[in-house]
Ligand binder design. Sequence first.
Ligand SMILES: NC(=O)c1ccc[n+]([C@@H]2O[C@H](COP(=O)([O-])OP(=O)(O)OC[C@H]3O[C@@H](n4cnc5c(N)ncnc54)[C@H](OP(=O)(O)O)[C@@H]3O)[C@@H](O)[C@H]2O)c1
Length: 428
Amino acid sequence: MTTPLRLGIAGLGTVGTGVVRIVQRHGDLLAARTGRPVEIAAVSARDRTKDRGVRLTSYGWEDDPVALARRDDVDVFVELMGGSDGPAKAATEAALAAGKDVVTANKALLALHGQALAEAAEAAGAAIRFEAAVAGGIPVVKALTEALAGNEITRVMGVMNGTCNYILTRMESAGLTYDAAFAEADGLGYLEADPELDVGGIDAAHKLSLLAAIAYGTRVAFDAVEREGIGAVTIEDIRAAADMGFRIKLLGVAQLTGRGLEQRMSPCLVPAASPLGQLEGGTNMVVLEGDAAGQIVLRGAGAGEGPTASAVMGDVADLARGVRVSTFGQPAATLTAPQPALSTTPAPFYLRMRLQDKPGALAKIATALGEAGISIDRMRQYGHTEPEAPVLIVTHKTTRSDLEAALTSMADTRVLVGPPVALRIEDV
Ligand SMILES: NC(=O)c1ccc[n+]([C@@H]2O[C@H](COP(=O)([O-])OP(=O)(O)OC[C@H]3O[C@@H](n4cnc5c(N)ncnc54)[C@H](OP(=O)(O)O)[C@@H]3O)[C@@H](O)[C@H]2O)c1
């Protein structure tokens, strides 16, 4: 008789109860596919009395997740509490120290402590798997770590925060202001307890830093992600971008250039007809580019009970089958410290500005761009009644530093009304 794989699940919220449901509903499927039964030995949460809508009576209970991690009848510790420190970190460390494998959905924990945890896992002969931590139900960690192992990865891109994508698409489809779309997302329960994690791009930057570590064999460098949230995106920019054939997305990009590792998470324009441009609502998309495989586009639910629990169970099934992969795709000791580079890769930029409506104003702007070596690809001036003229410019490819120089000399011309909006146009 094959020995069962026994899980200890810490956290019985959205994801944890989803995992319990899959184990209960698909026990036969999992046993058939992995060759051994997958069972829940014990669980932990803060409130033992809470009705969670799932049967828990046949499992052991621990108030303390560290005690759960150390139980003799637990083979795999499944961490679904969340938080970069506190009980999630303590219990994960305890599980690894006891030589137990860990499956987690916790991107914050790994983005901040991934290297130390990967080293601890290897020292103990244990594994850490975290498919659910990046883009929910999309199997992107597996694709990058395993399926694309024979590729040099040239670029990783993604829309990896469904809440931000929901807000941006609602602004466009319903003509809502940012504040109105934010309030709607909040009413639907889409926002984290600290909304800045979502709209400030922090959650998405956690995920990007994990993918970059796998793609480039570097230590996780979350602090080096250039990050800008969506709070400054206006309905005017959404409309103007649409008018020029673009949509605005909170896009993460990681690429290794001659200068080092560029990681950025910021609102960008992407062509409306591209797969990223067509992404609606809370859906996520990750684009992986390899020198042999070319471009691979993965799209799916980035959050929610079913998709996230599905990703957790994919990792559990791997462990049940005996598939063991280094945390970030190669031994932790071989991950190099990345040389963080600010984005220097040239790109076209979208500029929206208001000019004083007087002769020669536009010429001054064109001169400021020209003197910084930036040429104009397209320009649009809209009819207006107020004494300020709205102008849109799409530049040819330029660097952020040349653009900054042009923006400084534009300010000196004194024809601008307020600072211009400048957004990168990503070639996707
Ligand atoms: N929700 C998603 O769609 C999603 C998607 C991808 C990744 N994730 C990640 O998955 C993890 C869990 O998210 P979630 O949405 O399921 O969170 P959640 O609904 O807030 O559930 C958290 C669970 O952890 C338990 N918990 C918190 N502190 C604890 C402690 N000190 N000891 C024992 N249990 C404790 C809570 O217990 P009580 O219920 O008793 O309060 C609760 O059951 C997070 O890392 C999150 O980032 C979530």
